[in-house]
Design a protein around this ligand. Structure first.
Ligand SMILES: Cc1cc2nc3c(=O)[nH]c(=O)nc-3n(C[C@H](O)[C@H](O)[C@H](O)COP(=O)(O)OP(=O)(O)OC[C@H]3O[C@@H](n4cnc5c(N)ncnc54)[C@H](O)[C@@H]3O)c2cc1C
Length: 367
């Protein structure tokens, strides 16, 4: 077995993992980035491209960034337009564009070694500390570790304390459609039809919260449901009932069921709903969040709750460090937060900023 030593090992090359690895490498650390699939970008790429939320202050006329650093670099490198939706603004960005920018960042770092297609990651820990990882005949010894798998995969494997919710947010499954006849009323007519169909019992209740946005059908899925079968069922209802969909075809699907909320790391602090709502400030702030809490509830649909004050809140570093495993950090969807707080922190713009902050902090500690 070949043994290599890295100051920082980042697991998961998605929304938060790439910024974490790049920031650690730019701080001078020798960094390994381990990704399960063959592509960087994570959920927004798997989900065929999302508008990036959590970059801009709410209620401002001019798009104003909440965090600088890699978020600013991303904005400058992307060709996406900023779109206003009610009080908030977001960056339109294709999955390809996000992947391209992330690849360019990683390629530019000589201190950063990328390992892709790693589906057999083993974690070895001793005395409250992760010592090494093994996969594909390699052993990587780790100084600091950042779990950016979006599902606390490393935290689970090393026995760290975890958080989970009894009623997690709805998951998603996405279809890209062609040959839909354009009609500006479709974003209203699609959920209306699905609402009626769900009321009649032909579709599960969560199908009511499916969204049609440009060419993407974003299907809402309850825990345990077969996401792909439900999406195909909904598509057949649309084809049969709405003339605009009669000749439509599925050209692409998400790589699988996409979880909004899953198991996450328990930190030395837990960011809670009240802290987000009140715009709390912390001495150990890693980054700022600004997206309203956007909880996809199985019974009530999407529940929005805005942040008070200047519309921002601090994400404390203590919510990004394990309370039991001394060299384990996290970013992205696995941060230590309650369900409602997570529904704000998990958006891609915030994942980038938190990833960057944790990457720099972990590199400093491992030096
Ligand atoms: C249906 C849906 C719609 C959304 N819409 C939006 C939106 O419009 N705008 C927005 O800003 N946000 C949106 N989000 C939220 C956002 O996409 C995610 O919360 C965010 O991408 C999470 O980032 P992350 O870095 O934690 O995880 P991810 O981006 O999912 O990255 C995790 C990475 O870790 C890898 N990985 C997993 N396990 C392992 C392992 N064992 N070993 C190695 N690698 C591993 C994965 O392959 C993946 O590449 C949406 C989420 C969902 C589910």
């Amino acid at each position: 077995m070949t043994v290599k030593r890295f100051d920082v090992v980042v697991a998961g090359g998605g929304s938060s993992g790439v910024p974490a690895a790049v920031a650690a490498a730019r701080s001078g650390a020798r960094v390994a980035l381990i990704e399960q699939t063959g592509r960087l970008g994570g959920t927004p790429v798997a989900g065929l491209g999302f508008p990036i939320c959590g970059m801009f202050l709410a209620d401002y006329k001019k798009p104003t960034l909440v965090n600088e650093g890699l978020v600013r670099e991303f904005l400058d490198a992307s060709d996406g337009e900023v779109e206003r939706r009610g009080r908030v603004q977001l960056l339109r960005c294709s999955g390809e564009m996000l992947e391209q920018i992330y690849n360019a960042w990683v390629d530019a770092e000589p201190n950063l070694k990328l390992f892709t297609d790693v589906d057999d990651l083993q974690v070895f820990s001793n005395d409250g500390r992760i010592e090494s990882f093994r996969f594909q005949g390699l052993e990587l010894e780790a100084g600091a570790v950042i779990d950016c798998t979006g599902r606390a995969a490393v935290a689970k494997r090393c026995g760290a304390d975890l958080l989970s919710s009894k009623n997690p947010a709805l998951a998603g499954f996405i279809l890209r459609l062609s040959h839909v006849v354009p009609n500006e009323m479709l974003p209203i007519r699609v959920p209306h039809l699905l609402w009626k169909t769900a009321e009649s019992g032909r579709l599960p209740a969560a199908a009511r919260y499916t969204v049609f946005d440009r060419d993407l059908l974003k299907v809402s899925v309850e825990p345990g449901a077969d996401a792909e079968a439900l999406a195909l069922n909904i598509f057949s209802v649309l084809k049969a009932e709405l003339p605009e969909f009669q000749c439509s075809e599925i050209v692409e699907t998400s790589t699988g069921r996409l979880e909004r909320e899953g198991v996450r790391l328990k930190g030395t602090a837990v960011l809670d709903e009240q802290s987000v709502r009140s715009g709390a400030r912390f001495d150990d702030a890693a980054a700022k969040g600004c997206w309203p809490m956007e909880f996809w509830d199985a019974e009530k649909g999407v529940l929005y709750s805005y942040v008070d004050g200047d519309g921002t809140y601090d994400i404390p570093m203590r919510a990004l460090r394990s309370n039991t495993v001394s060299n384990l950090w996290t970013a992205g969807r696995s941060v230590s937060a309650d369900s409602m707080a997570l529904s704000s922190v998990r958006v891609v713009g915030t994942c980038m900023a938190v990833g960057e902050a944790v990457g720099a902090a972990a590199a400093k500690e491992a030096a």
